[in-house]
Design a protein around this ligand. Sequence first.
Ligand code: AMP
Ligand code: ZN
Length: 111
Amino acid sequence: MESCIFCRIVAGEIPSAKVYEDEEILIFKDINPIAKVHLLCVPKEHYKTVAELNSAREDVLARAFSKIGSLAPSLRLEHGFRLVMNQGESAGQTVPHLHIHILGGEPLGWE
Ligand code: AMP
Ligand code: ZN
């Protein structure tokens, strides 16, 4: 997906503030944070939503969640955090590359 901004970040064509990377996922700072800590975790492969994760790929998300959990204390998320995944336009997904918002670093409201 040459035009996808997150694919371009994964490829290193667009700079990002990376906090973690392995062969399968990348975690970087959201450019427009809505919490003191606002990170995005993206699979390096392009999927728009979870609907595109077939059975061969679904474990990518399980590993991503597990990795976020193990990294949390080192990301200033030791007191708790929120994971959000917007799926599709009506949910407010603006970047059509699957991503997990990681929000924390302060008490979070729940409106
Ligand atoms: P969503 O609205 O759920 O699709 O989330 C997309 C997120 O990507 C938003 O929170 C944006 O602030 C963030 N974003 C867009 N472009 C960039 C970028 N170049 N670097 C970091 N975050 C970005
Ligand atoms: Zn992409």
